[in-house]
Design a protein around this ligand. Structure first.
Ligand SMILES: Cc1ncc(COP(=O)(O)O)c(C=O)c1O
Length: 390
């Protein structure tokens, strides 16, 4: 578990490192990739060893008999999240963007509204729009640098054409771990407006010390007949390239609809993803995640201290995730100018706030899941790029 080790990812088909010059103009030579949400760390040994076992065996045929895989999921959810999952509730999708798209497809019709609490993970809006549905943005309230929800305002925005709400829990990009009351508020909102509630909990293992994530399924039993839970090993263990995710549905009738779509599309899982996931959901995987979270907590402290020391910049305190959401409003600069300074002067590739929806206009998102030395280097470059504000 050497999270300090720098592993060169250039020339490995890494989206984060090999596409930053083309997309952002940040030079591959000495740029720092802090955009796409994967980590610059090796996964735990148990995962690499499982994959090596497959390679050593040397035959890569179709996967069958998923009992031990489903057992591993059940063990993890019970052990780490206090949530009891029955094996028959689990669908394995081609990742959770695919899972989201499949939910949109299974539970809504073209023209229906899908509610998002924005700013939020950009791929939600992308798949909703691509499927010919409408994004209904319910803006989060920024209360002294912390996102909160305002259900009274959201109630007034509904016109009856909404059929689904997607919650990001914990929240990307604001780093919130929603409280029991907030989650109950979302559940009540879904009930009031007769919405299917999709809870994307992909970041549920990456929760900072002292915080506690609550799976939506454990908050309110009476929501289970409209609830779709989504989890994955990919974000937690840095195996996003295997494109595997779990869509977990307790309700039989929702499950039948989702299963019918999966069958109609002929979707079945990739064996590499399943083998790695089973290995990850283990005591060895758990030990690794605990160490990882401690390291990420250290990174966010270094980043926040350095960035918040720059007048006009404000990094939202992270309760979860490794994605820092930095507000540049206080600089008084146009978006083009602060973005230019980050990309051209500091040579850091980041995600742009407006892609996350309303409320993201003055923000950039920085991925801190990289060796600490790189976080320190990035902070130094930012301080230099905005030195005139000191
Ligand atoms: C909230 C959320 N959902 C889904 C994903 C991506 O899921 P996948 O790679 O399984 O498609 C991300 C990636 O950053 C995310 O932040």
């Amino acid at each position: 578990m050497d999270f300090d080790r720098i592993i060169d990812r250039h020339g490995t088909h890494s989206q984060k490192w090999d596409m930053m010059e083309k997309i952002y103009g940040v030079p591959a030579k000495d740029g720092i990739a802090m955009w796409v949400a994967d980590m610059d760390f090796e996964p735990p040994k148990c995962v690499s060893e499982a994959l090596r076992g497959m390679v050593d065996h040397g035959i890569f045929g179709y996967y069958g008999d998923d009992r031990s895989y489903l057992e591993a999921i059940g063990w993890w959810m019970q052990e780490r999240h206090g949530w009891t999952v029955s094996p028959e509730w689990v669908f394995t999708t081609h990742g959770l963007v695919n899972g989201t798209a499949m939910c949109v497809d299974s539970f809504t019709q073209p023209g229906d509204g899908v509610v998002l609490f924005t700013p939020v993970y950009h791929a939600f809006a992308k798949v909703i729009k691509a499927a010919g549905r409408r994004v209904v943005e319910c803006p989060l309230v920024n209360n002294a640098g912390r996102y909160e929800m305002d259900f009274a305002a959201y109630d007034g925005m509904m016109d009856g054409s909404e059929k689904m709400v997607i919650l990001c829990s914990p929240h990307n990009p604001g780093g919130r771990v929603w409280t029991r009351e907030e989650l109950q508020g979302v559940a009540d909102f879904a009930k009031r407006h007769d919405l299917v509630l999709v809870s994307d909990e992909i970041h549920h293992d990456l929760v900072m010390p002292g915080q506690k994530h609550l799976p939506m399924a454990t908050v309110d039993e009476s929501i289970l007949d409209r609830l779709v839970m989504m989890t994955a090993t990919t974000k937690t263990f840095n195996i996003a390239g295997c494109h595997s995710g779990n869509v977990i549905i307790a309700d039989g009738s929702l499950r039948a609809k989702f299963g019918a779509r999966m069958a109609a599309l002929g979707l079945s899982p990739n064996s590499f993803g399943l083998v790695m996931a089973e290995a990850a959901y283990s005591p060895g995987g758990a030990e690794w995640v605990d160490a990882l979270v401690g390291y990420l907590d250290g990174n966010r402290k270094v980043f926040d201290a350095g960035v918040n020391a720059i007048p006009g910049l404000k990094s939202m305190p992270l309760e979860a995730t490794y994605l820092a959401w930095v507000d540049f409003a206080g600089t008084g600069m146009e978006r083009a100018e602060f973005t230019r300074r980050v990309q051209e002067d500091a040579r850091i590739a980041v995600n742009h706030g407006p892609t996350f929806g309303q409320g993201g206009e003055s923000y950039l998102r920085f991925n801190l899941a990289t060796p600490r030395a790189r976080v320190e280097e990035a902070v130094g470059r930012l301080q230099e790029a905005f030195a005139d504000l000191q």
